[in-house]
Design a protein around this ligand. Structure first.
Ligand code: ADP
Ligand code: MG
Length: 828
């Protein structure tokens, strides 16, 4: 048996295209064997030749064909990491960056100091690093430090089909950096990798590449996947439908892993729980003749009941019937009013004709998979299931392209995805479950055919599939771009409209981003002269201010960066750093509202929730600190957790997500370093443990927060305006016609202060403000004059003399953020 090294050396001799260097890699035999089965290995020659000849190469190949794990190895072996430069690989997801670096290190038999990763605040990069996996945001930050990316000899942009915003921007930037590098005699290569063939946005875009880069297609050895559509119009209850489908597959179909696509964490948990209940998996017990428990008996009775209304169908004889996809009435006589008609489609299964029926007593090994899951839990899906058990992974979209789970034969696809939607006019965010694109549906189906022919069960009809859009749209068209615009300005790209975006955002979105940055003081105010067209244009090319440069150095969105830039007062910096860190980390509190399973679990969950509510009240503090609202809760939670040593146990007991708390800790460290780097005299030292802020510090913190979130201001509706009951307890924001509310879980839910600022508005059952902090009206004209137009003081009430300050105060009419709001007494 030849090993890979010999094969390669021979090949190079024969074909006479020896690379400048050949760096041998010592792989374990079993790894080598698995590699040789990957379709991309057949294309190594073609790929490496194209890379040698061209500056940029586009590589398309099915998920699982080996792009991410193998291409960096090809480059390494061809010496791209041996003459000083390193190989950089960007991933849109942190999960992928970490897990792929581990995998490649294992395959190459190299330590993590050589094949490393770097995500926002964490990594294991060393001086010896040769291959570096990182999130796309990390590379963007590096471009700010060194526009030519001189560290790298090759940059691979992975998962380009996901069209994540940073990926798009990186491709735009690299399309300029690579030619520049080559012109300077510092050769550099760019490889764009995509799981779909839809790469015209990169290749046909003349602003991006004058000569279109070559596209190499990797023919994946994909086995046939039979797609089964639901016959009926899809029901809303797709989790129930998914559950039933999995049960059927497990009971009736031959061995092979099941992968289920749902939309969110709560759904994943609920289906996992139901599956575990239906097919209890007891690792330490015999499965064959366990005692019948109360639950088993109950479910048996339930089954019996069901069987009475549903005639028993002999699967074998049923599948012997001729199958006609279009015959909608075929099942009508069997289960008339049953919404689960599609269940019987399993009878269509070709395998069931000739293969043995599966043994229903085989245990089902159920694993959840979603991005917020702890890494060690995530890693479980890669190891084989316990002997004799069938693997069932219940996943969100993460399993669509980034991670390839071995041994999947059946895919159940709910056809939906949860996406964040952002209203570009009002700034309201919401998570909505929407239909996926046809490209996504096919990706999902493809997961079933990796190791042998498979089956994909789509919980929707072929007609609905026909209505899906062909491809998912680029993320850049769905989100605000203020952070990107600031980063670009910092790279001295003044005319952001001219940037070679693979898919340009609308100029409307760009304008509102510049507007926000101007009002935060990050960009210079454009001259107010000129005609409308000229002004628009001027507004789109405002240069960055020194404050903007400082803000761009912080790895957070501009609003938060502004808070950091203002944090050096009264020793507030450590608190601001903590608040910003906590606001930018997703979901720091455990969600106890998700549907629980048994009575017992419900009670347990309710107990935990009560404790969590109580803790939040405690963290909100008393007196002045309550006014800092939800941000005080964040500060209190982090403070309390750190005092307890940030242990898993503390988080578990107090409703905090351990992973989030660790993330906050790291981010605090990173932001502290950034603050110290930007303001060399700041000398901020963040102790993990910190005393609660004093009353005057809280006052200061609220003002800093107001300065950062100034455009996110809301005012409680006044009694005289309360004509319509829908405005009860409602708040008015400058841009929305409808009221927004303080969520019942907020620290300020009972207080309802007159003026508040909020982190964001999420639309769920109502429009709720998240991260609410009370502010005082008189601060507004002082801290946000850019939003105010003042009119003459009103006649009445007349100015009066304030005995405390000894100064004259008067009411003032002000048009604040285009809305006329009466602001109370200010000093004159
Ligand atoms: P692509 O990037 O083209 O989607 P990958 O390089 O990610 O493909 O995967 C190639 C193969 O390596 C797949 O068959 C996958 O199952 C396997 N693989 C990836 N990561 C792991 C891992 N952590 N453990 C075991 N196998 C893995
Ligand atoms: Mg990949």
């Amino acid at each position: 048996e030849k090993n890979d090294k010999d094969v390669k050396e021979e090949m190079h001799k024969k074909e006479d295209c020896k690379p400048a260097v050949f760096i041998p890699v010592d792989r374990l035999p079993e790894i080598q064997e698995a590699r040789l089965r990957l379709p991309i290995l057949a294309e190594e020659q073609v790929i490496m030749e194209a890379v040698r000849e061209k500056e940029c190469v586009v590589l398309c190949g099915e998920t699982g064909s080996g792009k991410t794990t193998q291409v960096p190895q090809f480059l390494y072996e061809a010496g791209y990491a041996s003459s000083g430069g390193i190989i950089g690989v960007t991933e849109p997801r942190r999960v992928a960056a970490i897990s792929m670096s581990h995998r490649v290190a294992t395959e190459m038999n190299l330590p993590s100091g050589v094949v490393s990763y770097q995500i926002r605040y964490e990594g294991n990069v060393t001086e010896n690093t040769k291959i570096k996996f990182m999130t796309d945001g990390v590379l963007l930050k590096e471009i700010q430090k060194d526009f030519l990316l001189q560290k790298y000899s090759v940059v691979i942009i992975d998962e380009a089909h996901e069209r994540s915003v940073y990926t798009d921007i990186l491709i735009g930037l690299l399309s300029r950096i690579v030619p520049l590098r080559n012109k300077k005699g510092l050769p550099m290569k760019l490889i764009i990798m995509s799981a779909t063939l839809r790469v015209e946005d990169f290749t046909e875009n003349k602003r991006l590449f004058r000569t279109p880069p070559p596209v190499i297609k990797v023919e994946a050895r994909q086995f046939a996947v039979t797609v089964h559509f639901n016959k009926r119009t899809p029901v809303d209850n797709y989790t129930g439908e998914a559950f039933r489908k999995i049960c059927k597959i497990h009971r009736m179909l031959p061995p092979g892993g099941i992968l289920v696509f749902l939309t969110g964490q709560a759904e994943v948990h609920s289906v996992c729980r139901r599956l575990r209940k239906a097919f209890p998996y007891r690792p330490h017990r015999e499965h064959t003749d366990s005692m019948e428990t109360e639950e088993d008996l109950k479910s048996k009775r339930a089954k019996k009941k069901k069987n009475m209304s549903l005639p028993r169908i002999n699967l074998d004889s049923y599948s012997a019937l001729p199958v006609d996809e279009g015959d909608e009435d075929r099942q009508a006589g069997i289960d008339d009013n049953d919404n689960e008609g599609s269940d019987l489609e399993l009878g269509d299964h070709p395998d069931s004709d000739h293969e043995e029926k599966a043994d229903p007593s085989i245990p089902l090994y159920v694993l959840p998979l979603y991005s917020l899951l702890a890494p060690e839990q995530q890693a479980k899906v890669f190891s084989p299931p316990p002997t004799g058990a069938r693997l069932c992974v219940v996943a969100t979209n993460v399993a669509e392209t980034s991670l390839t789970i071995p041994g999947i034969k059946y895919v159940v696809d709910c056809g939906r995805v949860k996406k964040r939607f952002y209203d570009r006019v009002t700034g309201v965010s919401s998570f909505k479950v929407t239909w996926i694109s046809q490209a996504s549906a096919n990706q999902r189906a493809g997961r079933a055919g990796r190791t042998e022919p498979g089956h994909c069960y789509r919980l929707y009809s072929s007609a609905v599939f026909g209505d899906f859009s062909l491809f998912s749209e680029a993320e850049i068209t769905r989100r605000p771009v203020d952070d990107l615009v600031l980063q670009m300005k910092d790279l001295n790209i003044e005319k952001v409209v001219n940037f070679p975006f693979p898919t340009p955002p609308s100029s409307e979105v760009l304008i509102s981003a510049e507007q926000l940055l101007i009002s935060l003081g990050a960009l210079e105010e454009p001259p107010r002269r000129g005609r409308l067209g000229e002004m628009e244009r001027a507004r789109l090319s405002c240069p960055i201010t020194p404050l903007g440069r400082a803000m761009a150095a912080f790895p957070v969105a501009p609003r938060y960066a502004k808070m950091l830039a203002l944090g050096r007062q009264q020793g507030c910096m450590p608190y601001i750093i903590t608040i910003v860190a906590a606001m930018t980390v997703r979901e720091i509190f455990e969600d106890y509202d998700r549907p629980a399973g048994s009575e017992e679990e419900n009670t347990k969950m309710a107990g935990k929730k009560a404790r969590c509510v109580q803790m939040r009240r405690l963290w909100a503090g008393q007196g002045q600190s309550v006014q800092l609202g939800d941000l005080m809760v964040l500060l209190g939670a982090v403070g309390a957790c750190e005092f307890a040593g940030c242990t898993h146990q503390f988080c578990e007991e107090n409703g905090l997500r351990y992973k989030a708390m660790l993330e906050i800790r790291r981010l605090r460290g990173q932001l502290t370093n950034a603050v110290n780097a930007v303001c060399s005299d700041a000398g901020v030292y963040v102790d993990n443990k910190m005393a609660p802020p004093t009353a005057s510090q809280v006052l200061c913190l609220r003002q800093i927060v107001l300065a950062g979130l100034g455009d996110h201001i809301a005012r409680r509706v006044q009694a005289e305006e309360l004509l319509d009951p829908k405005w009860r307890n409602g708040y008015k924001t400058p841009l929305l016609d409808d009221p927004v509310f303080i969520h019942p879980s907020s620290a300020l839910h009972k207080t309802l202060p007159e003026f508040v600022v909020y982190q964001e508005i999420m639309e769920t059952t109502k429009m709720y403000m998240r991260g609410v902090c009370a502010v005082q009206a008189e601060w507004i004209p002082k801290l946000l004059p850019q939003y105010c137009h003042f009119s003459a003081p009103e006649e009445s009430p007349a100015p009066w003399f304030c005995p405390l300050s000894g100064r004259v105060k008067c009411h003032q009419q002000s048009t604040f953020y285009r809305v006329s709001w009466k602001l109370p007494a200010i000093e004159m």
